[in-house]
Design a protein. Structure first.
Lengths: 705, 512
């Protein structure tokens, strides 16, 4: 193994080692916490070495593998091209920063052994996922993130009311709209596993058609398996099934619901899930397989139906993304919980990434769409992690998750305010922050995709995003002081976060700012480096930051319009009156309720799907299983047997028994009596009988024989 | 590879024979001594399997020399190969560990008898005698090479398990034991009728030739008109045992009311043997006929997955829920076998092992809850146990992970293989067929995940109830054996090749 290979293994293996050590060394207590976090640091360093090697080497690739299950042709291996290296680099550093934050944030938590075990397990799984050289190892990491998220979302599994997400007691269409940690964990697991079934079926199909799980080999035979499937009309169903896992993991409609309630875990976990791991798995899936599907399409160019199937697939992805972006942004507008605003925003931003990656397949230059998706992934990872970590500090300080209990925190939490301001503006897409550049690239890709609806949704969502980002910052830090904050201020309990918590999100905010300012210079070079050697992507033309004036005007007017509207609403008397009016009865309030109850989608899921299956289960058990099946075998069959036995007994006693023991002897006696009566002694009687007998004999002989 | 002496046979029969002495010895051995003796007896077949695996590997078949030969019946031998190994290994693992687990559990059960019925149940010697007979006979069925031999061992496993339920079970145990006996005999006798017809017509009852080391295609020796009825009889008999939808109704009674260590053997180990028998016996005997039948058993298996899952969701009794879950899990095995693809069949056999680990852990968990909370089985009266019993809840989580295929568990491998097999069937059809298959799998696996983790939530998370308020963690006498099973499951996840490589080779050679 050369040093780069060692780095490639250490990067994902060390977090797993950290997980096991967290368990074994739980007695070390704080020392164990430090160990678990610092192993993530070593992993991040290792990812940096690896990235350096990949980016600087001419081939841009590090691979390593050992045989694992020879009979399946399965190796345990990594395939680190420039894409994987970039992903691993971003993920490992983010996770390390969040780990440092956790040291302070979780310091008092009694369940820290569990926390660090699953935290490190999560990181290891995510890194394995993005570096895997074959589908099974990738799936392993994929499922590992599912398990870890289940455990961490439900970390506070005793389900106290204050740990819930949503308003306790609130119902929509009769369905409770508050979720305990253990309920949220269950939702995350079930929703994502539904998608995983599709992913796994897709893996199975590819394995059967190619005889391998290896992603590079599947890429190199893309034309063959795709044409086999296309010839049977299965290409589109296959592509959609295969991508189901990505849709569910990345919380795209209709799988978005799990992410919204995944806030019940510690805030550090939210940051982990939303910024670095888990939800980004689906985005990585598209970054990894999009080029392969595109390659398959190129090789199938001669078959219009097959080529059309791939285009339709990309259209579905783009539209799902655009709709999710818009749909979730509308819900962020009215959310009352600080973290919930961010959660909606994550799903919405993931929608942007899907929009870009779907559009990529429809536009002239595939790689520029792909890199638009990647750059938005990168910028979102940074600003969303910083926002969540900052939100955790704010919630910690005011002891409430509600925006209503915040306000005027700019003074006591000046640094946190600065960090959240910068990162929220980046989320809003305000130039020259990183979010501006990446969102612009996404919207541009949407425009080039030729799907008008997707482009329109993308632009409108930019305005919504700007509004809710502004609202978030204003209501937290600048809006009128809530009673809660006044009380805390009087008691001198408001304070800035401690350095261990502060440092990670300040670092990320600074990175967002610096990278944004420098983007016109460094951006194209970064994207060139990342796309230089991506599996199945081929030669990539150079990148340049170019701003289409018309589109820029549209998106910037949406952004500044959104920001301005937010400012007016929350900082001016007129806005205050408007908000008060919206709170009263009327269509505005109905709209707000509709958005607040998440378009009633959750309620419909519970009413129709959950309720439907619950009904099927209950009624099926009560009526079919207990009455029909059980009744048939254990009532009807035994009863029939019993009945038959009774009948037999009656027959035995009434017919057989009486027949043999009563009727037969009686008959014999009767016959005897008759015979005795025949023996009268009179000769003429005998003669008569003799002739009668003779006549009978003759009759028989003549007529019958 | 033919052994010099019948090691496998001896290792299976010796414990059964010796166990007859346990009821006489238990006074002098005491309960610990009896438990130790029973466990050691079960270690004999385990050691034989381990020794052969280590000495010769599982790559090729290893058989006993023929130890019984008859003109009309054929030859009796025992066979350990890639196909029987996953079953043999999981039976060895679960029966030995649950034997240790039984000690503390049955202590509690005997106390209960003392308190509620003033004693009356036969003592330790009888328990361990029956337990050893039951467990060793299961091993015997799996290793058999002859239909009559298979049937005999099946009978030897059924009678002791019947008595275990009748003596030590819960609820209306006499009636339920009888129900179990009748049902399993209906299955066994239907199978026997098929076997007798086939064997008498073919002139041999061997389904595996222990001298030429290959399966015997008995079907070819039968008149064509007789083959399908025989296959149908064999399959129907096995389906009763497998508790496939339609003939599953005995299972929830028996598995819920059996003493919990026996449930932990019945549920994963015993019923799954029928799935193995489909691959080991029925398919090689009648490849063409079974392939025709498989187009119908595949949807039946898929339906069983969904149906069992739905029924499990409706249960409040934890053991009954696990019993219905077994019905659903057997659906996965039947579906995998019915694909008749290397991946699907290998997946089904791997799932036997994964389910054995998972269900052993889960029934043991149910047992822990029964012991620690005075017979508590109602899920609605549980809650908040994770903070009071962290070790138990971790082991239960691992159990649920095994049956739903979440890593790091062996279940991941069986899920991958079964789904690959099903994918192979799905791409053979139209787009609508493919989509329908995906949809059914979404529902089936979704239900499995839902009932598993909803149960996890209802038992272990949330606030405690008055029944669970004062609960305490069980001791190592219960948790130790469970931890061994869990560790084995994780190790098999990390080194699946131990089982999978020989299994794939064996399955490929059977499917041809």
């Amino acid at each position: 193994m050369d040093p780069a290979q060692v780095a490639a293994v250490v990067t994902w293996a060390l977090p797993y080692a950290g997980a096991v050590l967290s368990l074994l060394l739980s007695r070390l207590d704080r020392g164990r916490d430090a160990l678990a976090a610092s192993l993530l640091g070593v992993s991040a360093l290792s990812a940096s070495i690896l990235a350096w090697d990949v980016f600087s080497s001419p081939e841009g690739l590090v691979t390593w593998s050992v045989p694992w299950v020879p009979s399946l042709g399965l190796d345990a291996g990594v395939y680190v091209d420039t894409l994987s290296a970039a992903m691993a680099l971003i993920i490992s550093w983010l996770c390390f920063l969040i780990g440092i934050y956790s040291l302070e944030y979780m310091a008092e938590d009694p369940g820290r052994t569990r926390y660090w075990f699953f935290f490190d397990f999560f990181v290891g799984s995510m890194l394995l996922l993005v570096m895997a050289d074959n589908l099974l190892v990738m799936f392993l990491g994929w499922e590992g993130t599912g398990l870890a998220s289940y455990a961490l979302i439900g970390h506070w599994h005793t389900d106290e009311e204050e740990r819930c997400v949503g308003d306790v007691g609130r119902r929509a269409l009769g369905v409770p709209m508050w979720f305990t940690p253990s309920h949220s964990g269950l939702r995350a697991l079930v929703f994502t596993r539904l998608g995983d079934v599709g992913f796994l079926v897709g893996i199975g199909v590819l394995y059967l058609l190619t005889g391998t799980f290896s992603i590079p080999e599947i890429a190199s035979s893309a034309g063959e398996w795709a044409s086999w499937l296309a010839a049977r009309g299965l290409l589109l169903p296959f592509l959609l099934t295969f991508s189901l896992g990505a849709m569910a993991k990345s919380a795209q409609f209709p799988f978005h619901e799990w992410l919204v309630t995944a806030m019940t875990g510690p805030t550090s976990v939210s940051a982990l899930i939303h910024a670095a791991t888990m939800v980004k798995a689906g985005v990585y899936f598209l970054l990894r397989f999009g080029p392969i599907f595109k390659l398959a399409q190129a090789e199938l160019a001669a078959v219009p139906a097959a080529s059309q199937a791939v285009s339709t697939y990309f259209e579905v992805v783009a539209l799902a993304g655009a709709f999710t972006a818009f749909f979730m942004a509308t819900q962020a507008l009215v959310a009352r919980e600080l973290k919930l605003v961010l959660a909606f925003s994550t799903a919405s931003q993931l929608g942007y990434m899907f929009l870009a990656l779907g559009s990529a397949g429809l536009m002239g230059e595939f790689s520029s769409g792909l890199m638009a998706g990647f750059s938005h992934f990168m910028s979102h990872a940074m600003f969303k992690a910083a926002l969540f970590l900052g939100a955790g500090a704010v919630i910690h300080a005011v002891h409430s998750k509600y925006l209503d209990d915040m306000g005027r925190l700019s003074d006591p939490m000046r640094l946190t305010m600065a960090s959240m301001l910068v990162t929220a503006l980046s989320l809003a897409g305000v130039p020259p922050l990183m979010g501006f550049w990446s969102k612009d690239a996404v919207v541009e890709a949407a425009a080039e995709s030729g799907i008008a609806a997707a482009y329109a949704l993308g632009v409108v969502t930019a305005g919504l995003t700007a509004f809710y980002s502004t609202r978030l910052v204003l209501r937290t830090f600048f809006y009128e002081e809530s009673d809660n904050v006044s009380r805390l201020r009087r008691e001198h309990r408001l304070h800035e976060a401690r350095p261990l918590m502060l440092a990670p999100y300040l670092t990320l905010a600074a990175a967002t700012l610096l990278l944004g300012v420098a983007w016109p210079l460094v951006g194209p070079r970064i994207l060139e480096a990342v796309s230089r050697n991506v599996l199945a992507l081929g030669e990539v033309p150079g990148f340049e930051v170019h701003l289409e004036p018309g589109m820029l005007a549209a998106s910037l007017s949406m952004v500044f319009g959104g920001v301005a509207l937010g400012w007016v609403a929350y900082q001016t008397p007129a806005g205050g009156r408007l908000l008060a009016a919206a709170a009263g009865p009327g269509p505005l309030r109905a709209l707000r309720e509709f958005l607040y109850d998440r378009w009633y989608v959750n309620s419909l899921y519970y009413r129709v799907i959950v309720g439907g299956f619950a009904w099927l289960s209950r009624a099926g058990f009560r009526y079919f299983e207990s009455i029909v099946v059980d009744g048939f075998y254990h009532r009807l069959v035994p009863a029939s047997a019993w009945g038959a036995s009774e009948l037999g007994w009656t027959f035995e006693r009434g017919v057989v028994d009486r027949g043999y023991n009563e009727a037969l002897p009686a008959l014999a006696l009767w016959i005897g009596r008759q015979f005795r009566r025949l023996q009268t002694g009179a000769v003429n009687h005998y003669l008569l009988l003799f002739f009668a007998g003779l006549a009978l004999l003759v009759y028989v002989l003549v007529w019958v024989v | 590879m033919i052994l010099d002496s019948p090691i496998l046979f001896t290792s299976v029969v010796a414990p059964i024979a010796i166990s007859l002495a346990l009821p006489l010895l238990d006074d002098s051995l005491g309960r610990r001594g009896t438990a130790a003796a029973g466990t050691v007896l079960l270690m004999i077949p385990a050691a034989a399997v381990a020794w052969i695996a280590a000495r010769f590997g599982l790559g090729g078949p290893v058989v006993d020399p023929v130890f019984f030969r008859s003109e009309s019946i054929g030859r009796f031998s025992m066979l350990l190969d890639g196909l029987s190994a996953p079953l043999a290994i999981s039976i060895a693992l679960v029966t030995v560990t649950i034997s240790v687990y039984s000690l503390r559990y049955m202590e509690h059960r005997f106390e209960e008898f003392e308190r509620e019925e003033g004693g009356g149940a036969p003592g330790w010697g009888v328990y361990y005698m029956l337990y050893v007979m039951f467990a060793a006979a299961m091993m015997g069925t799996v290793l058999s090479t002859n239909l009559i031999e298979f049937y005999l061992f099946l009978e030897v496993s059924l009678l002791p398990s019947f008595l275990l339920i009748a003596f030590y079970g819960y609820g209306n145990r006499g009636r339920i034991a009888l129900l179990y006996l009748i049902w399993t005999h209906v299955g066994a006798l239907v199978f026997l009728v098929g076997a007798l017809v086939a064997g008498l017509a073919a002139g041999t009852f061997d389904f595996y030739d222990p001298e030429l080391l290959r399966p015997v295609e008995v079907g070819a020796l039968l008149p064509a008109g007789l083959r399908m009825p025989v296959v149908a009889a064999l399959c129907l008999g096995l389906f009763v045992k497998l508790a496939v939808f339609g003939v599953h109704i005995w299972l929830p009674y028996a598995h819920a009311e059996a003493p919990t260590p026996v449930s932990a053997l019945l549920s994963p180990n015993l019923i799954g043997i029928a799935g193995y028998a489909l691959v080991r016996i029925v398919y090689p005997m009648f490849p063409a006929e079974f392939a025709r039948l498989a187009t119908y058993t595949l949807p039946l298996g898929l339906f069983t997955i969904v149906y069992g899952g739905l029924m499990a969701l409706a249960q409040d009794d934890f053991k009954r829920l696990l019993a219905y879950s077994s019905v659903s899990q057997m659906g996965y095995i039947l579906a995998g076998v019915s694909t008749l693809t290397p991946a699907g069949v290998a997946g089904a056999m791997t799932h036997y092992a994964a389910h054995a680990v998972g269900k052993a852990l889960l029934f043991s968990t149910a047992g822990v809850l029964i012991v620690q909370m005075d017979g508590l089985r109602s899920i609605s009266k549980m809650g908040g146990l994770a903070s009071r019993m962290p070790m138990t809840s971790s082991l239960a989580l691992l159990g649920f992970m095994h049956i739903t295929g979440i890593p790091p568990s062996l279940g991941l491998w069986s899920e991958i293989l079964i789904l690959t097999g099903l994918a192979g069937t799905a791409v053979g059809g139209s787009a609508a067929y493919f989509s329908a298959m995906v949809l059914i799998l979404l529902v089936g696996i979704g239900l499995s995940t839902a009932y598993a983790f909803l149960t996890m939530k209802r038992i272990f998370f949330g606030q405690p109830t008055d029944r669970t308020e004062g609960a305490e963690e069980a001791g190592w006498t219960l948790l130790g054996p469970m931890a061994v099973v869990a560790a084995a499951g994780i190790l098999l996840f990390l080194w699946p090749g131990v089982v999978l490589d020989p299994l794939s080779a064996a399955v490929s050679s059977i499917l041809g």
